[in-house]
Design a protein around this ligand. Structure first.
Ligand code: NDP
Length: 340
């Protein structure tokens, strides 16, 4: 299956003429996307940054934006709303403060599929719902734009209330600099499936592999210092992925020694992936796509703002740091900092 890729030529900025564009949130993505959009020619007076009165608001003011702290008042004026506050607070804030005040024909833009896919946001059927999801952290969204370069991005029209949702999605993508390198047609289902799969299936296995490898090599007599450096502190894994992006997932192996190439290719081909495939399918279908994780996460969402052990994330950090790898790294880092 190949996806459609949209470029600048596919997008018409005139679609945004006279539209008032509200950025809810001026954090990682909000700050970057609002500045890019303005630098693409959207008049400053047509942009509203909605943020609680604090350091993010001050940052937006210092960059010359019109900042309001009353989200409802901003929503009343908005034709387009970029939802750029953390995913876990979006339903609470959007449904209570923004949605009741929005125009019937407003376009709501998300940068992540999660809340739309799991139907946690209340939209009117006459409104447009769009995903413009950069595959980059906010600082890179801004710095690549400033350098005149694009960045990878997924876009989709999820609800076409006005009949112009895709046109608006393309114009906004161009205005934030996403169609310069090519924006990939996607969907909130695809984006959410890939994101949560990576977070709940792929990377947990990577963490587990490193944790177990560490223990096996330590038991075989390797020192904590040597292991930490060998396994990640040298930044070798980061370089491997950098090369994979540039040269190819398999072709990057050619930068390694012949012994290493032989060992890696032969070793990987000899591994039977069928049990892992079943495990992956189980996570994808019975945890991610069926909404099980979403339900569990919604139940703890408010606890994530608590202090100490009342915050489940803190407890997970403590348990993970208690592993042999976690403890060893703490000692090595303290020693390197001259603390031991
Ligand atoms: P941030 O964590 O940077 O968001 C911070 C902003 O949200 C600030 O303006 C903050 O203002 C506001 N905010 C936080 N809590 C609340 C609240 N309870 N009520 C009102 N405003 C609040 O978010 P990101 O930019 O990281 O993420 C925004 C969206 O972009 C998400 O959907 C995310 O999935 C997506 N995304 C993020 C990427 C990234 O690199 N981070 C990459 C691609 C997509 P204040 O605290 O002052 O109220």
């Amino acid at each position: 299956m190949s996806a459609k890729i949209y470029y600048d030529i596919d997008a018409n900025l005139d679609v945004l003429k006279d539209k008032t564009i509200m950025f809810l949130g001026f954090g990682n993505q909000g700050a970057a996307q609002a500045q890019n959009l303005r630098d693409s020619g959207i008049p400053n007076e047509k942009i509203i940054v909605a943020n609680r009165a604090d350091s993010y608001a001050e940052d937006a003011k210092s960059k010359g934006f019109n900042v309001v702290s009353d989200f409802g008042a901003a929503a009343k004026d908005a034709d387009v709303v970029f939802l750029l506050i953390p995913d876990q607070v979006q339903p609470r804030v959007f449904n209570t403060e923004v949605a009741p005040n929005l125009k019937d024909t407003a376009a709501i833009v998300v940068a992540s599929g999660y809340n739309v896919f799991f139907k946690l946001l209340n939209f009117k059927p006459t409104q447009d719902v769009i995903m413009v999801a950069p595959r980059m952290i906010g600082s890179s969204v801004r710095s690549l734009y400033v350098k005149g370069k694009g960045f990878p991005c997924f876009i989709s029209s999820e609800q076409d209330g006005t009949g112009k949702a895709l046109e608006i999605a393309l114009a906004l993508s161009r205005a934030i600099g996403a169609t310069k390198a090519g924006a990939i047609a996607s969907s909130v289902r695809e984006e959410t499936a890939m994101d949560l799969f990576a977070e709940q299936a792929l990377w947990p296995n990577v963490i587990m592999l490193f944790r177990e490898a560490f223990s096996v090599l330590k038991e075989a007599g390797c020192s904590d210092e040597a292991l930490c450096y060998e396994m990640w502190m040298s930044k070798e894994p980061a370089e491997i992925f950098e090369r994979a992006a540039e040269d190819g997932f398999i072709q990057q192996l050619k930068h390694h020694s012949t012994v290493s190439q032989y060992g890696q290719l032969n070793g990987a081909l000899n591994l039977d992936g069928s049990a892992m495939r079943e495990h992956f399918k189980n996570i994808l279908y019975n945890q991610v796509l069926n909404g099980k994780f979403c339900k569990e996460f919604s139940a703890i969402e408010e606890d994530l703002e608590k202090e100490g052990d009342a915050n489940p994330l803190n407890v997970l950090y403590q348990k993970s740091e208690a592993s042999e790898l976690g403890q060893a790294e703490k000692r090595v880092r303290a020693r390197l900092a001259g603390l031991l």
